[in-house]
Write a protein that binds this ligand. Structure first.
Ligand code: NAG
Ligand code: NAG
Ligand code: NAG
Ligand code: NAG
Length: 300
C-alpha cells in the first residue's frame, strides 16, 4: 500500500518535473537592440530547444500599446504584412532597415511553431550622433578685459546629450555656461551652450567645446581660437613678435659687444698685468678640477 502511494507520488513528481523541463527546453529570447537612425538595426533572437528541429510557421511583431501587428511573416507562404522595413534574415532574428526615432520602444514577439507557440519581449533604443559643434562668439572680435559670450552648437543628435567647456589649460568652465536643449520636428536634438565672461582674456583660449552623448561619452569636439579686436590685436601681436625678435637681436649684439670689450681689455692689460690671465687660468683649472671630481663621484 505504502509503496504504491510512494510510486504514484514519485511518478507525479517526475511528471511535474518533466512538464517544467519541457517548458524550459523551448523558449524564445531576444536581446534589446540599440539602433542608429537611418541604419539597419539587428534584432537578435533565438529559440532555445533541445527537442530537435523546430519549424516556424508564423512570426508576429506587435508594438507595446498597439493591437495591430507592425510586422508578420509566414515562411511557408513567404507572406509578409506590415512595415516593409522589417526583414527576415535568419529566423527568429529580425532586421529593421532605415531605423527612425519613432521605432523606439517595446515590442512583443510571437512565434508559432510545430511544437506550439512562444513569446518574447524586447526593446529598441535609437541613437543619432551629433554633428561636430560650431563655436561662435559675441562680439566676433574679443576685446581683452571686455565682456564676451562664446556659443557652441551641435545638432542632429539623439537622445539629448550635453556640452562641456575647457580652456587651453584644461580648466573646466562648464559651470559658467548655460545649456539649452531643443527638439526638432524630426525628434532630433540641438544642444546650444552659452559660456559668458564678464571680463575675458584672449590668452585663456583656445577654448574647447566637447559634446557628450546621453551616456556622457565624448562624441565630438571643436576648438576655437579667439579673434581679438583687429586694431589692438594685429598691432599688439606684431609688436610682441617684433619685440621678441628685436630683444633677441639686441641681446646677441650686447653679448658680442661685451666679449669684444673684454678681449680688448685683456689685450691692453696683458703686457702690464699678466696676473689677470693667470687668474683666469686658475679659475678655469678650479672649475675643471671640480668637474673632474664630480665625474669621479658619479663613477663611484
Ligand atoms: C547586422 O547583421 C548583419 C548580418 O547578420 C551584419 O552584417 C551587420 O554588421 C550587423 N549590423 C550591426 C550593426 O551589428
Ligand atoms: C528612411 O526613412 C526616412 C523617413 O524616416 C525617409 O525620408 C527616407 O527616404 C528613408 N530612406 C530610405 C533609404 O529608405
Ligand atoms: C534603452 O532605453 C531605456 C530607457 O530609455 C533604458 O532603460 C535601457 O537601458 C536602454 N537599453 C539599452 C540596451 O541601451
Ligand atoms: C566639468 O564640469 C561639469 C559641470 O560642473 C561636470 O559635470 C563635468 O564632470 C566636469 N568635467 C570634467 C572632465 O571635469
Amino acid at each position: 500500500m505504502a509503496s504504491d502511494t510512494l510510486l504514484i507520488f514519485v511518478l507525479m513528481m517526475s511528471s511535474v518535473r518533466l512538464g517544467k523541463s519541457a517548458e524550459a527546453l523551448f523558449n524564445l529570447k531576444c536581446q534589446s537592440a540599440v539602433g542608429v537612425i537611418g541604419q539597419t538595426t539587428n534584432i537578435s533572437c533565438s529559440i532555445e530547444s533541445q527537442t530537435g528541429s523546430i519549424d516556424i510557421n508564423t512570426v508576429v511583431l506587435t508594438r507595446f500599446r498597439e493591437n495591430k501587428p507592425c510586422f508578420t511573416f509566414q515562411p511557408y507562404e513567404n507572406r509578409v504584412t506590415g512595415d516593409s522595413r522589417f526583414k527576415v534574415e535568419s529566423l527568429p532574428s529580425l532586421q529593421l532597415h532605415n531605423t527612425s526615432i519613432s521605432d523606439e520602444g517595446g515590442y512583443k514577439y510571437y512565434i508559432r511553431t510545430n511544437l506550439g507557440h512562444v513569446n518574447a519581449e524586447f526593446r529598441i533604443n535609437v541613437t543619432a550622433v551629433y554633428s561636430p559643434p560650431i563655436i561662435t562668439s559675441e562680439p566676433t572680435e574679443i576685446k581683452d578685459g571686455g565682456a564676451a559670450d562664446l556659443y557652441c552648437r551641435a545638432s542632429g543628435g539623439y537622445p539629448a546629450g550635453t556640452i562641456h567647456w575647457f580652456d587651453q589649460r584644461n580648466t573646466n568652465w562648464t559651470q559658467n555656461a548655460a545649456l539649452q536643449i531643443t527638439q526638432g520636428h524630426d525628434g532630433l536634438f540641438t544642444l546650444s551652450s552659452k559660456l559668458s565672461f564678464r571680463s575675458i582674456d584672449s590668452t585663456w583660449g583656445p577654448f574647447r567645446c566637447v559634446v557628450l552623448n546621453y551616456r556622457y561619452e565624448e562624441e565630438e569636439e571643436s576648438t576655437t581660437h579667439l579673434r581679438r579686436e583687429a586694431n589692438s590685436d594685429s598691432v599688439s601681436s606684431t609688436q610682441v613678435v617684433m619685440g621678441t625678435v628685436g630683444g633677441i637681436v639686441f641681446l646677441i649684439a650686447l653679448v658680442l659687444f661685451v666679449l669684444l670689450l673684454k678681449r680688448r681689455c685683456l689685450e691692453q692689460n696683458s703686457p702690464r698685468n699678466p696676473d689677470g690671465v693667470e687668474e683666469e687660468t686658475a679659475l678655469y683649472k678650479v672649475v675643471h678640477k671640480k668637474a673632474a671630481d664630480e665625474d669621479q663621484n658619479t663613477a663611484v
